[in-house]
Design a protein around this ligand. Structure first.
Ligand code: BGP
Length: 490
């Protein structure tokens, strides 16, 4: 779609940046905080990159005032952060820890005093360890009730101060990594258990929204989903069908539940055939159907490309066996309960896209595709809650010249502006991340921030903050309300 002129960004567009508690706060046992599954996971050697952990992280817990001053200097309109559940309810569902609440209240007040809109994420992966031990984490329905209680504590305290609330961060990432691939806590590798845990998170999301309607009637709430479109490798209708399957498997399986209140039929049928479908009661169905978010949070990094599944496509593997006699459902189940998607599609490289230093595809046009697809499928305003480039940053005479990050963000923001011009309603954009922070599995080497933090995997060093070139670039983007993005383009 070609436009001769792009629409201006709305006057109240929320130019923001994001973070998550475990990745920045440190103070892992400060002021009564209870341990979380990430505190525990990082203690076992080999679980994280060079055994990095969030014990100190970038010490935002003690330096939040300085960090907010950097935000103010930048002119940031919104700041997305998450609350660590274990600071509020140290054992997950028992006594409230006033010191934990006070920390977030101080942070929120500091943001508001500096003209920055707080965007509060309720769950960014750091489940209280006590809930893991008592109820097997998200595998236990009791954790749903605990989440509701935790949310209600926050709603009561911060209603009136916080307008935008995010329920779950990337359920489609923390559930497979934690319960299928064993790469995140609780290190489970069992698909059946994964789908049940996932169902409970859906219930928790719905319970959180239900309580929100009563306790924060004037606020806005929605989940943040890690979305990327699924492309077919070619226009062969079989590949197009595979991409359709991929959208259902990777995206609609979560998004339909959030936005339409029910699981997509295709996925539910496949999971039932494989014996992997979760137990869903009529009460669960009614609960899921009774809520709809106010906006959809979108974390965009990249999508994926697929072709027809190997059973039907006659691949190398297929020619080795007589697949004509095989039921693909049973085949997928037999092949190690490892890949129900094998019968649906096969993931391949996209020959058109370059990659980051960490092998993530760079696809700004895919961002526009994503925004368009989500807007037309779900008809909700969109809040971009993450987008950014993880890279190695080198200090050169005390400066970071991260022109690669500026290019990445500039290209993505231009595509966002095109999507706005196409007609997508977008409330704001939070770059990942404001400061450098701990990458869950990549330590402090993979950096995303506008503000450099002087520390590495081995040592906390001085934790000095230092604005990168991208800091000043984004400052200008905000000051001109995005007008400088199209310099030389219009
Ligand atoms: C998202 C998470 C963020 C952040 C980001 C970058 O999935 O919501 O918390 O970590 O990805 O990921 P990584 O640090 O693995 O590069």
């Amino acid at each position: 779609m070609f436009h001769t002129k792009l629409d201006d960004f709305p006057k109240d567009f929320l130019w923001g940046a994001a973070s998550a508690a475990y990745q920045i706060e440190g103070g892992f046992d400060a002021d009564g905080k209870g341990p979380t599954i990430w505190d525990d996971f990082a203690m076992t050697a080999g679980n994280t990159f060079e055994n990095t952990d969030g014990k100190v992280a970038i010490d935002h817990y003690h330096r939040y005032k300085e960090d907010v001053q950097w935000m103010k200097k930048m002119g940031l309109k919104a700041y997305r952060f998450s609350v660590s559940w274990g600071r509020i309810l140290p054992d997950g569902n028992g006594k409230v820890n006033e010191a934990g609440l006070a920390f977030y209240e101080n942070l929120i007040d500091e943001l508001l005093a500096n003209g920055i809109e707080p965007l509060l994420t309720l769950y960014h992966w750091d489940l209280p360890l006590a809930l893991q031990e008592k109820y097997q984490g998200w595998e236990g329905r009791e954790t749903v009730a605990a989440f509701k209680k935790y949310c209600e504590v926050l709603y009561r305290r911060f209603s009136g101060k916080v307008r935008y609330w995010i329920t779950m961060n990337e359920q489609n990432v923390f559930i497979p990594l934690g319960y299928r691939w064993g790469a995140h806590p609780p290190k489970v590798t069992d698909l059946k258990r994964m789908y049940q845990a996932n169902h409970h998170v859906n219930l928790a999301n719905a319970e959180a929204i239900t309580s929100f309607r009563q306790l924060v009637p004037e606020g806005k709430i929605g989940p943040s989903f890690g979305y990327g479109p699924t492309y077919p490798l070619s226009c062969n209708p079989n590949d197009v069908l595979a991409a359709e399957n991929g959208e259902d498997f990777n995206n609609r399986f979560w998004l339909d539940v959030y936005c339409k209140g029910k699981y997509p039929k295709f996925m539910l049928k496949q999971l039932t055939n494989l014996g992997l479908a979760p137990t869903i009661t009529p009460e669960d169905e009614a609960l899921l159907a009774s809520v709809r978010p106010d906006f959809l949070g979108v974390n965009y990094y990249h999508g994926g490309t697929v072709k027809q599944n190997e059973y039907e496509a006659g691949s190398q593997m297929a020619t080795e066996k007589d697949f004509s006699k095989v039921d693909p459902y049973q085949m997928a189940a037999k092949e190690g309960e490892k890949a129900p998607e094998k019968a649906m599609f096969q993931t391949v490289e996209n020959p058109y896209l370059e990659k980051t230093d960490w092998g993530w595809e760079i696809d700004p046009v895919g961002f526009r595709v994503a925004l368009r697809k989500l807007a037309s499928a779900y008809d909700l305003p969109i809040m971009v809650t993450e987008n950014g480039l993880g890279a190695y940053d080198e200090l050169q005479e005390g400066l970071i010249h991260d022109d690669y990050r500026i290019d990445y963000l500039q290209n993505h923001l231009l595509e966002l502006q095109k999507a706005l011009t196409d007609g997508v309603e977008i409330l704001g954009y939070c770059a990942w991340s404001f400061t450098d922070l701990l990458s869950w599995l990549n330590g402090y080497k993979k950096r995303y921030g506008f503000v450099y933090v002087d520390r590495d995997n081995q040592s906390e060093k001085a934790l000095t903050r230092l604005p990168k070139d991208s800091f000043y670039w984004y400052q200008e983007v905000i000051a001109t309300n995005g007008q400088n993005l199209t310099k030389g383009e219009k």
